[in-house]
Ligand binder design. Structure first.
Ligand SMILES: O=C(O)C(=O)/C=C/C=C/O
Length: 488
């Protein structure tokens, strides 16, 4: 795909097609238009859903699990064969750093296909030898069938990673898919369609439609009567809208939504590790990861020292050209999102925060001044009731507050409408286990952050989502078990 005169098409029934209207694709580093993207209309979405249904009832539905999983391994190899193209495309859409794209985003694209191909091949079903009144006994065993035609709506923060995190298990479980990536990040999804086409995935198994949410491809897809399930990662309020759309047809939903994640640093923590780890969990990808920390609670005895040390970390971040190998942080995804984050920077001051560092826009004196950049920001001094402490900003910002007792720290960390991830920094492993059990979160890291084993349950409670992804949890969502009882 030529990035200069990029024209991104849909991929429907094994063919790349355009539609009636298109929209620009913008690089947030300097605001330049890097191409145009076709916007799917209702007819395009209808054709994609029909193609998926036909494939499900045709070649793909008849293919063995071993055949399907071998194709998924081919796709993983295809991603790696075009690794540099995927890295360039991801960076062009998002402005994320070379480090982030080349060590996290794109490697996970291939890893997601491999983990679910392997897990699908290795997991069996259930079988029970059951007693019967006449003593002859019975066998109860279950088989897993695919859900059917699945709509995948994926976000702009980790575009290839999160698209494949849903697509791979859906296909491994025998479903067919129509994917709608964020309008902000169409490029790697389109490259993936090329890779899947070349890997021999049959027409209609994977379909890709570009566009927006309401009144566009997202709405046409999630309200389509012939969709059997919907999986979505993104903002909680969009999740609510999709739930309403799915209610009529009682569609199964898998949601990984927002967060307002807390990190707690205890007085016995490895101080240097905690400072570095919190800096990473706050500023990675410009804070644009659902798992990022936006609330930090530090034992009072360490508070001043920790604030100063985290400020030093923030000031040492290289905020620069994404392609430079030592760049830590690029711009935010778009001007719209930049304006949202800056509105919280202003709100923080209105709510009385101490702005320890940041709170504005960096000045570069070059083309980047036309991009969607913000400064890494650290706040203190706000009450727990402040909007900046309660609402998800989804930017490179955190608020640090002191605590005296474990009870106080856990109570503050859990006092949120979200419940996705929490991080505990302590050398006392009894305390680590005890408090990890008490966190209202789907994921708790101790003395680490974003260490990922793809077999583990991944997801959140409350406003952070519905269900779990990862390993057998993903395969279970994308399957319909049938229990069969045989009287012996
Ligand atoms: O690392 C993962 O598997 C994952 O799902 C990350 C999600 C981040 C959302 O913003």
């Amino acid at each position: 795909m030529d990035m200069d005169t990029q024209e991104l098409k849909h991929y429907v029934n094994g063919e790349f097609t355009s539609s009636s209207t298109h929209f620009p694709n913008t690089n947030p580093v300097d605001g330049t238009e890097i191409g145009r993207v076709w916007e799917a209309d209702q007819a395009t979405v209808d054709r994609a859903v029909a193609a998926a249904r036909q494939a499900l009832e045709g070649e793909w539905g008849k293919m063995s699990q071993a055949g399907r999983c071998a194709l998924l391994h081919n796709v993983a190899e295809g991603i790696e064969a075009r690794f540099d193209e995927f890295v360039a495309a991801e960076m062009a859409d998002t402005g994320k750093s070379l480090i982030q794209a080349s060590t996290i985003d794109i490697p996970r694209g291939a890893a997601n296909f491999r983990i679910f191909a392997d897990m699908a091949m290795s997991q069996g079903g259930e079988c029970f030898q059951s007693p019967t009144p006449d003593g002859s006994g019975a066998l109860n065993y279950s088989i897993n069938k695919p859900l059917g035609v699945v709509a995948v709506i994926s976000p702009w923060n980790l575009p290839l990673l999160l698209l494949t995190w849903k697509l791979a298990p859906a296909l491994a479980a025998g479903n067919t898919v129509i994917a709608k990536p964020s309008e902000e990040t169409p490029s790697t999804a389109t490259l993936l369609a090329e890779v899947m086409h070349d890997a021999g995935v049959p027409a209609g198994v994977f379909n890709l439609v570009h566009g927006f949410g309401p009144g566009s491809a997202g709405e046409f897809l999630t309200t389509h009567p012939d969709i059997d399930a919907i999986t979505f990662t993104g903002e909680s309020r969009t999740g609510s809208a999709i739930m309403r759309a799915a209610a009529e047809g009682v569609k199964p939903l898998s949601f990984e939504l927002g967060g307002k994640n807390a990190a707690i640093v205890f007085d016995d923590a490895d101080f240097e590790a905690a400072v570095a780890g919190v800096a990473r969990s706050v500023f990675t990808n410009g804070g644009q990861v659902c798992l990022c920390t936006e609330r930090v609670y530090v034992h009072a005895s360490l508070f001043d020292r920790f604030v100063a040390a985290l400020k030093e970390q923030a000031l040492s971040l290289k905020v620069g050209w994404p392609s430079e190998p030592d760049t830590d942080m690029g711009p935010l995804i778009s001007f719209e999102h930049r304006d949202k984050v800056l509105s919280y920077y202003r709100l923080a001051r209105e709510e009385g925060a101490n702005v320890i560092t940041g709170g504005g826009v960096p000045h570069f004196g070059d083309a980047r001044d036309k991009g969607a950049w913000v400064e890494p920001t650290i706040l203190t001094g706000l009450p727990e009731s402040a909007r900046c402490v309660r609402e998800e900003v989804f930017g490179p910002i955190c608020h640090i507050a002191p605590f005296d007792t474990e009870e106080e720290a856990v109570a503050m960390a859990n006092d949120s409408r979200y419940g996705l991830a929490a991080v505990l920094w302590t050398r006392d492993l009894s305390r680590a286990h005890r408090l990890a059990h008490r966190m209202d979160a789907g994921i708790v890291w101790v003395n680490s952050w974003y260490l990922r084993d793809l077999r583990t349950p991944f997801g959140g409670t409350k406003l952070s989502g519905i269900g779990r992804e990862g390993g057998r949890h993903s395969l279970a969502f994308y399957s319909e078990p049938t229990n069969i009882c045989i009287k012996l």
